[in-house]
Design a protein around this ligand. Structure first.
Ligand SMILES: *[C@@H]1O[C@H](CO)[C@@H](O)[C@H](O)[C@H]1NC(C)=O
Ligand SMILES: *[C@@H]1O[C@H](CO)[C@@H](O)[C@H](O)[C@H]1NC(C)=O
Ligand SMILES: *[C@@H]1O[C@H](CO)[C@@H](O)[C@H](O)[C@H]1NC(C)=O
Ligand SMILES: *[C@@H]1O[C@H](CO)[C@@H](O)[C@H](O)[C@H]1NC(C)=O
Ligand SMILES: *[C@@H]1O[C@H](CO)[C@@H](O)[C@H](O)[C@H]1NC(C)=O
Ligand SMILES: *[C@@H]1O[C@H](CO)[C@@H](O)[C@H](O)[C@H]1NC(C)=O
Ligand SMILES: *[C@@H]1O[C@H](CO)[C@@H](O)[C@H](O)[C@H]1NC(C)=O
Ligand SMILES: *[C@@H]1O[C@H](CO)[C@@H](O)[C@H](O)[C@H]1NC(C)=O
Ligand SMILES: *[C@@H]1O[C@H](CO)[C@@H](O)[C@H](O)[C@H]1NC(C)=O
Length: 801
């Protein structure tokens, strides 16, 4: 309440001031002989006339830009205070007055002057000091004054010489003779000059410096050192023509300082400088805990001459600077650099101790600060995280429409290539229905339901009940359907594979009666996978175990896919790619026959042979052996071999991960799966739009941001696969939600070195995770590096039988 009353009071007094101000302007404050407006004062009436400059209220004087005074018989001088408050004065005219002297500080506050007319007054001398505060680039009108031909006025001649069209200005010499100003040459009248030696010195902190300022000029100039603000102790030893400055015990505070020696006499002034370059060891004046501005910033202030080199350590390891973590200097001053270690969206990984070490040739300094950017995410192993993260709308440009249009393109290309085999009718069907049948995933309901361990589609089988014998296989008993091979599950999988389609591809056909289903291995959205026995498939063996994929519904377009996939698979034959034996299309349950890999998918295998194995153990696995490093290398090397082959076929995998590799006997590892990953390992995928599922944790930035999949992006994924192997099958970035992962990867973070991982292998991973695709290691290089690493530590396979 008090304050509002105060406000009312202020408002009222303000009104009062305004009214009185107006009254003054036309009454008391504005002299009778003058006219005052907001910006102008004009005093041209000689009666009653003025004796001094008008004084208005402070505010009013500040707004005056022009003063015009004329015809004043009682105005004799301009004192220090006459114009002090007219700080915005631009034009000044004082003419036809008795003005005889102008104080040398009269214009001290009038730095905006741009026009000075002093014609027709009684000035005999005028000092250069009157105008020293600002540059007189404007014309100075002095004619009509009885100027003396004396040294003090010599500066006027020098100034006039600078002006191209100088008016005829005259002076009167001591004999009363009027002379042209231009001919003025008073005796012993020379503008001073000055020199400081040395001009600059480089000295260690604590050292001493002696400098001489020598002047010439006439009359003998006054020599002045400007030593304001100087920290170093000094002594001055003056004499007539020079002044010796001695600095003892140089202070680093004075580094970069320019000490001015100025000399002046009545003719003019001049100055010279001594520059101090003081060498001293670096120091960290300040290192503060991180603060959040636009980005996170760990502020620091360092000093040192020469400028120190800065190096950061995080948790005692050297911090490699990059786009999102880098040192930024905001302000360079002579002595201190103020800056930040800038972190763009740091995560909990970046928490910890930050040590700054500064170093130059004279010494070093260091300081440490703790940083806690965000708390580590709460991690509950049993809780799938996609429920919340999939629904988060704040996503980078993961546009489903792109994903839908691309496979279409593939289908057209592939469809054309497939014409030779399947005919024109088929092509029409492909174009018509291809798009709809693209995705094998129908929804979360298709997750395997009968398995106690859902992560193991191939290894575990619940019981013997669903093991049909061949005799039981009537039309109803046989599960209808056809399979999509896993790779086709990825809609963009075969984009680069045009060259693979050989028109002479011969897909092997297997007779139905040769296949005996034994038991179900798993179920994906597409259909089911069985373990089966296949007769007469390979020479010298009556029957072998095979894995059989079936397709739930066999629409026309589904059949088209089936043939296309079979062709592609037939062309992909390599010792580290799961073997495709052929198809069975005799009757409606369309079937694909694959090699049976005893130990199931590699991810599950890794987990069950790691430190957490006990958690996974069930009755069937009483003996669990932890994988050795050399066995890990052996696994990695085989996958790399498969990838070398795929790359040679211009085949881009797009979903390389341990879950999509299979393990057979004797630690044989092959690339390939049965397309169930997206159902079984759904948390490994980021669901975009209705259908597309992206394995973002395995994807490089360009794939996440632009959906660009290349051999190089496969190399990135291979790096992640290495990481999976050396963590016994941990999910990459398991601590982070999908959105956090996207952020991390696009910002250039990479996975940390697993505890058990040798440096050489982690270097290899880092080589796969170069941000620029062309910077990444070549797949062949990776293979040969893994090969030589594996050679260095031979594998004893027997352990794992
Ligand atoms: C002076 O000028 C400023 C703006 O230039 C204005 O706000 C202020 O009111 C003026 N003062 C007077 C007393 O007119
Ligand atoms: C004018 O300059 C003097 C120093 O000579 C200073 O004290 C004063 O505040 C200045 N006046 C104004 C109005 O700025
Ligand atoms: C100030 O002087 C300049 C130079 O003569 C002139 O151009 C300008 O119009 C003058 N300003 C005022 C407000 O009189
Ligand atoms: C001009 O100033 C001189 C002193 O410098 C004085 O003697 C003389 O009377 C003044 N002239 C006029 C017209 O005021
Ligand atoms: C003063 O004059 C010099 C030379 O005429 C010019 O370079 C400088 O910019 C001027 N400074 C100011 C403050 O007007
Ligand atoms: C100071 O001296 C160094 C050589 O010692 C020279 O390179 C530098 O230009 C000098 N600086 C100035 C302002 O004269
Ligand atoms: C980092 O190193 C310093 C010594 O250089 C040691 O005192 C400190 O405990 C280390 N901190 C960590 C987290 O290793
Ligand atoms: C550094 O240490 C902090 C805690 O001391 C930890 O939270 C953080 O993850 C560590 N970061 C790295 C990269 O080691
Ligand atoms: C982890 O999540 C599961 C399922 O939400 C819950 O039952 C369990 O208590 C959680 N564990 C911990 C340690 O909070």
């Amino acid at each position: 309440m008090d304050s509002s009353a105060g406000e009312h009071g202020m408002a009222r007094s303000g009104l009062f001031l305004l009214l009185t101000g107006l009254m003054w302007r036309f009454g008391g404050a504005c002299p009778e002989s003058c006219t005052c407006t907001i910006s102008r004062i004009v005093c041209i009436d000689s009666e009653p006339g003025i004796e001094d400059f008008p004084v208005l209220t402070l505010d009013d004087m500040e707004n005056i830009t022009e003063i015009h005074i004329a015809n004043q018989n009682r105005l004799f001088d301009l004192s220090d205070s006459s114009l002090r408050h007219y700080i915005n004065l631009r034009n000044l005219t004082v003419t036809r007055t008795r003005l005889t002297s102008i104080s040398s500080d009269a214009f001290f506050n009038n730095t905006r002057l741009q026009y000075v007319n002093l014609r027709d007054n009684n000035l005999s001398t005028l000092s250069w000091r009157t105008f020293q505060n600002f540059n007189i680039t404007f014309p100075l009108l002095l004619s009509g004054n009885p100027l003396d031909c004396v040294c003090e006025n010599l500066w006027i001649k020098l100034k006039l010489q600078e002006e191209a069209d100088s008016p005829d200005l005259t002076c009167t010499d001591d004999r009363g003779v009027t002379r042209d100003f231009a001919t003025l040459t008073p005796p012993d009248c020379v503008v001073p000059t000055v020199e400081v030696t040395p001009k600059n010195v480089t000295e260690m902190e604590g050292g001493n410096v002696k400098a001489v300022c020598s002047a010439s000029g006439s009359p003998a100039p006054v020599i002045l050192w400007n030593l304001d603000m100087l920290s170093t102790h000094y002594e001055i030893d003056p004499s007539d023509t020079e002044s010796i400055l001695t600095l003892t015990g140089l202070s680093s505070d004075d580094n970069g300082r320019k000490i001015v020696c100025s000399v002046e006499n009545m003719v003019g002034q001049s100055e010279a400088t001594l520059e101090l370059n003081i060498l001293f060891p670096p120091a960290i004046l300040q290192l503060l805990p991180p603060e959040r501005n636009h980005h996170w910033c760990i502020p620091f202030t360092v000093t040192g001459n020469p400028k120190p080199e800065l190096r950061w350590y995080h948790n005692n390891t050297t911090l490699e600077e990059q786009d999102f973590i880098r040192t930024i200097i905001h302000e360079y001053t002579e002595n201190e650099d103020h800056g930040c270690l800038q972190l763009v969206n740091p995560t909990h990984i970046h928490n910890g101790k930050y040590r700054l070490v500064v170093k130059n040739e004279f010494g070093q300094d260091e300081k440490t600060v703790s940083a806690q950017f965000i708390d580590p995410p709460y991690f509950n192993t049993t809780e799938p995280e996609f429920g919340y993260s999939f629904s988060d709308p704040s996503l980078p440009p993961l546009d489903d429409s792109v994903a839908v249009s691309d496979p279409n393109l593939v289908y057209v290309v592939v469809g054309i290539a497939g014409v030779a085999l399947t005919g024109c009718v088929l092509m029409v069907i492909i174009l018509k229905y291809g798009r709809n049948s693209k995705f094998g995933i129908k929804g979360s309901s298709s997750v395997i339901s009968n398995d106690d361990d859902s992560a193991s589609p191939l290894h575990h089988v619940s019981n013997g009940n669903n093991t049909p014998s061949s005799s039981e296989m009537g039309p109803d008993a046989v599960i209808i359907g056809m399979t999509k091979i896993p790779v086709i599950e990825n809609p963009q999988y075969f984009r680069n594979s045009g060259s693979m389609l050989k028109s002479d591809t011969f897909v092997k056909h297997i007779k139905r009666h040769n296949i005996v289903l034994k038991r179900e291995l798993g179920e994906g959205a597409f259909g089911k996978v069985f373990l089966a026995e296949c007769y007469n498939l390979v020479p010298h063996q009556e029957k072998i175990h095979v894995a059989v994929k079936t397709l739930k519904e066999a629409s026309e377009s589904g059949r088209a896919d089936f043939y296309r996939e079979a062709e592609l698979l037939t062309n992909l034959q390599h010792e580290h790619i799961v073997t495709f034996y052929g198809v069975c299309v005799e009757s409606d349950p369309l079937i694909m026959v694959f090699e049976y890999m005893k130990h199931g998918d590699l991810n599950k295998f890794l987990r069950s042979h790691g430190p957490d194995a006990v958690l996974m153990a069930d009755g069937q696995h009483s003996i669990l052996v932890e994988l050795t490093q050399s066995q890990m290398l052996h696994i990695a090397q085989q996958i790399a071999a498969g990838m070398v082959y795929l790359a040679s076929q211009h085949f881009v995998h797009r979903d390389l991960a341990t879950r999509n590799c299979l393990v057979g006997e004797n630690l044989l590892v092959k690339i390939g799966d049965f397309g169930m990953s997206r159902d079984v390992y759904s948390t490994d995928y980021y669901k975009v739009g209705g259908h597309t599922m992206l394995p973002i944790r395995w994807m490089p930035p360009e794939s996440i941001m632009y959906r660009r999949f290349t051999t190089e992006s496969d190399v990135w994924s291979l790096g992640v696969v290495l990481w999976e192997i050396f963590t016994y099958g941990k999910q990459p970035w398991y601590q982070l939600s999908n959105n956090e992962v996207i952020e991390c990867i696009t910002q250039g973070r990479v996975l940390q070195r697993p505890r058990t991982c040798p440096k050489e292998v982690y270097d290899l991973m880092l080589g796969c995770w170069q941000r620029e695709p062309y910077m990444r290691l070549n797949i062949k290089e990776i293979y040969s590096m893994l090969q030589s690493l594996a050679k260095a530590s031979p594998v004893y396979l027997d352990i794992l039988g």
